[in-house]
Design a protein around this ligand. Structure first.
Ligand SMILES: Nc1ncnc2c1ncn2[C@@H]1O[C@H](COP(=O)(O)OP(=O)(O)OP(=O)(O)O)[C@@H](O)[C@H]1O
Length: 375
């Protein structure tokens, strides 16, 4: 008795090709299937050359054939690693089905409140009626899962069209995937550039985000290799830069803007948000103390001809809300809710402005490829 190649192909269709969101068969990874009596030989190519990746795909193939064809089949898998051809200057950016706009939130300097702004912008967008997701790509210290009170949650695996996909965790109506879900909070995890962008790719392409109006990506602070690989891997519609008014933060924010404007990145910068603009004590709400300087980010936005998207004061309740996992933008009719709603509206109008001459469904493709200027 010999097995039918059709049955074997069907079994292999249940496996998702790593980082592609397509089945192993659909992605062209299965090169050959040979059957002889009880023996099945599958030749497959993957792009990840590590032993671990090869072993994983081998185990998945054997499991799928045993499950869908015959438990007793003698399966042999030959895995070859082939690096995909990449253009060094303009790598092809794949579209993400169902996701209309991807906004990267970045800062040059660490600790300026990038994750706080991301979390609250997501809540504001959700309250405006948009479908929103957050991808926490902060390799140095993911915190979105803490800010949304889902620190102990783990994304489930769901079966979509016969393929296994990662289901984002939902909190306050916002869908979340975070590197924090996959690391131990007490362990320092060092994500190297290639590893981080691969994990991120999987969180985008192998996840079941469903229909999203906006996917916000909380990038790590800085402008290093990791940022380049992350931003090149996904079709980012626009970037928002967060800074405090302090000179040292502004200098780094400027580098962040320059990074997005590089020819091989070419992501339109939607504008700058100033965080910790001033301190207002709860008991003296009219008093403003400009601890980190005044109007620094506003002036920088003017200097580099990008938009100023708004300011957020330094307020104890913002820090407390972040710590307990209940973003302040969830409040109703408070000055802080209004501050985040203003920033969100300004960001949206910049997004619309960037794309005003383009049909909405083409936003991602055209803006990332047309070399839009930032004014
Ligand atoms: N406007 C604010 N008022 C008070 N506390 C704030 C404000 N913005 C941020 N914080 C607090 O400052 C700390 C750092 O903020 P956050 O984690 O958002 O910064 P980040 O830029 O994302 O940091 P990292 O560089 O680690 O990614 C957090 O404890 C947060 O709650």
């Amino acid at each position: 008795m010999t097995y039918s190649k059709k049955d074997i192909t069907k079994a292999l269709e249940t496996i998702t090709a790593p980082g592609e969101g397509k089945s192993l068969v659909e992605s062209g990874a299965v090169k050959n299937i040979v059957t002889f009596e009880k023996e099945i030989i599958v030749d497959v190519t993957i792009s990840n050359p590590t032993l671990q990746a090869k072993k994983k795909i081998e185990v998945e193939i054997i499991k799928a054939i045993h499950e869908h064809v015959d438990q007793k089949a003698d399966v042999k898998v030959n895995v070859t690693a082939v690096a995909p051809p990449v253009s060094p200057l303009k790598p092809e950016k794949p579209k993400v089905p169902g996701i209309q706009n991807i906004i990267a939130i970045a800062s040059g300097k660490g600790g300026v409140g990038k994750s706080t702004i991301t979390a609250n912008m997501a809540v504001s967008l959700q309250k405006m009626g948009f479908k929103v997701g957050i991808l926490d790509a902060d390799v140095y210290g993911p915190s979105i899962h803490l800010m949304f009170d889902v620190a102990t949650a783990r994304p489930l695996s769901v079966e979509i069209d016969g393929r296994s996909k990662m289901q984002p965790v939902e909190s306050y109506g916002v869908k979340i995937l975070s590197l924090g879900f996959f690391t131990d909070a007490n362990q320092a995890v060092i994500w190297r550039g290639a590893m981080a962008s691969k994990a991120l790719n999987q969180m985008i392409f192998d996840a079941h985000w469903g229909e999203l109006d906006f996917l916000l990506i909380d990038l790590p602070p800085g402008t290093g290799d990791i940022h380049l690989s992350i931003v090149q891997a996904v079709p980012v519609t626009g970037a928002v830069i967060v800074s405090t008014p302090q000179n040292i933060a502004l200098a780094d924010a400027k580098k962040g803007v320059a990074m997005f404007q590089q020819e091989n990145i070419n992501v339109p910068v939607l504008g700058i948000v100033e965080n910790m603009s001033y301190f207002t004590p709860a008991e003296l709400p009219e008093n403003k103390y400009y601890i980190f300087g005044k109007d620094g980010a506003k002036n920088l936005a003017e200097d580099i001809e990008t938009s100023f998207l708004g300011e957020v004061p330094l307020v104890q309740s913002i820090r407390e809300a972040g710590d307990v996992g209940h973003p302040v933008a969830l409040q109703e009719n408070t000055p802080l809710e209004n501050a985040f709603s203003t920033i969100t509206k300004n960001t949206l109008s910049q997004l619309v402005k960037r794309n005003k001459d383009l049909p909405p469904t083409e936003i991602v493709r055209i803006t990332t490829m047309s070399g839009c200027s930032t004014n």
